[in-house]
Design a protein around this ligand. Sequence first.
Ligand code: RAT
Ligand code: ZN
Length: 426
Amino acid sequence: MNQQNPNSDLKIDAIDQLKSTITDVVNTQEITDIHTHLFSPPFGELLLWGIDELLTYHYLIAEVFRKSDVSYQQFWSMTKPQQADLIWQTLFIDNSPISEACRGVITTLDALGLDVSSRNLNEYRAYFSDTSVEDFIDTVFAQSNVSNVVMTNDPFDPLEIPVWESGDTGDKRFEAALRMDVLINTYEESGYDQLKALDYDVDPKLSSEKSYKEVRRFLEIWIQRMNPKYMAVSLPPDFQYPDDGVLGRLFDNCILPVSREFNVPFALMIGVKRAVNPQLRMAGDGTGKADLTSLETLLRENPDNKFLVTLLSRENQHELCVIGRKFKNLMIFGCWWFMNNPSIIEEITRERIELLGLSVIPQHSDARILDQLIYKWKHSRQIIADVLFEKYQSLIDVGWSLTKSEIERDVNNLFGGNFDKFLNGN
Ligand code: RAT
Ligand code: ZN
């Protein structure tokens, strides 16, 4: 929460005052980052941070192959520091680092007080080896002004399970999201076997009331263990609903009832084509335009369920805003992955605000490496502030006046309030 200051209720009716007020409010408002791939310290090696992790982010791995002659095999046989050296040399020294993922590394190093003009990778490595992870978490949360982050938690991950079972996930700023990709997207190939191995009495086609009950039991146990903010899945562009296969049966008989009963929203991240180029491993996924008729059906037929939705195709974004106007059980969030670039964030944020006003969650970071919270939010805050300025300015131009506390209220809703109200309201 922002401290109210005595000037908060003064009317803002001049444009230069508006600019500085918005910049101030947007930069000082704490953020709840509703989708990341970060982890708290008890998760050990799952918590990524430091310069070598920053440089080997999969967004940069995809870029290095375009500019280097390294073969896939050579690259994957290198150690992480060797991969980081290659990426640094190729994308930062032999070429200027102007892609969004490259620029993010520079923004981050600069914000951490490192001299980016030195271009001295070993100097940056030394900074990180002199810092403890706990101190670094505090530095990053303070620098990015993020109050809490939602992790992405896979109940089948052998590295995660013991931490959840221990009941101690450490730093409370890291909250859970129950990710169900294995269950929903690979039930027949792997989810079924894993549930069986854990003594859930399910059948391979998930086609009996008994199996539904068992999956519900699995979900309930994990909801109790994780206390997740939401349950989530990423889906391909050809996702269909209703569906007479495993996905449809899982949705209708397991996930939607549990989501309703426990008041844990269901987050759908639609539009990813997994492994378009498997040689790139995690960097090899692509995007495709989805048919949003399925989303409309899901929202209409399940009015008592809450859905958080983000889409990976730019071509779907306008349609999604229109759907948002029709269904209050939909909360649109974030500019996901390939959408998380300045030109597209600006376009989507403007489109959303024009069609939905302040009833959206404009951004999440998707940070995989702790340090990235700094740049992802620095870059997004700037764009969100610019869009808000344009919108408030058009009101002031025709005689409307605003107070700083009204702007604080609006920004607070965008950066956390809307999420809280969506989760806690009925
Ligand atoms: O943005 C990313 O880092 C992607 O690899 C995905 O993890 C994506 O955000 C997802 O949550 O599936
Ligand atoms: Zn993600």
